[in-house]
Design a protein. Structure first.
Length: 177
């Protein structure tokens, strides 16, 4: 049984939706950023501050390689994880890749003042540029779900419905509540 991989920009709901989706499937859930924190004993913010993005991406690559070998897990990736073609290939080889999309306005509203994300520390224009640059990569997913105007249950329901219609029935038995 393949994995389900959630990709998308920061604040689109990957971790929140991933946890609920994993519950619905009775699968394990793994957030790559949290997993990196477990392995390094440092938060993402702390890795960026102390060692920079290059070190973070190196740790991310190791975690993705390991997770992509497992089965029946829902994986929530960091916003930049799939920008590395090696990560994309590993995750897609043993997983259905689902992009979660949200408008930039929805993302900024969700993140608000509690922004602890290293790559969202710049101006709104810089964030918008990063968001725009990443959309083409996310568009390569098996399918996309717009989370801008939906609650968690609506997003999970849409994902389960779309997975239930897969030709090869790899997700047969999936609850469609």
């Amino acid at each position: 049984m393949r994995n389900i991989v959630l990709i998308g920009f920061m604040g689109t709901g990957k971790s929140t939706v991933g946890k609920r989706l994993a519950q619905a499937l009775a699968w394990d859930f793994v957030d790559t950023d949290s997993e990196i924190g477990e392995v390094t004993n440092l938060s993402v913010t702390e890795i960026f501050r102390r060692h920079g993005e290059t070190r973070f991406r190196s740790e991310e690559r190791i975690v993705v390689a390991r997770l992509s070998q497992q089965e029946q897990i829902v994986i929530a990736t960091g916003g930049g994880t799939v920008l590395n073609p090696l990560n994309w290939e590993a995750l897609a080889q043993n997983g259905t890749v689902i992009a979660l999309y949200a408008t930039l306005e929805a993302i900024l509203s969700r993140i608000g003042h509690k922004n602890d994300r290293p790559l969202l520390k710049g101006s709104k224009e810089a964030i918008e540029k990063l968001w725009s640059e990443r959309q083409a990569c996310y568009a390569q997913a098996d399918f996309t779900v717009d989370t801008s105007q939906k609650n968690i249950d609506e997003v999970v329901s849409e994902i389960l419905t779309r997975l239930g219609g897969r030709v090869n029935n790899e997700f047969s038995g999936v609850a469609k509540d």
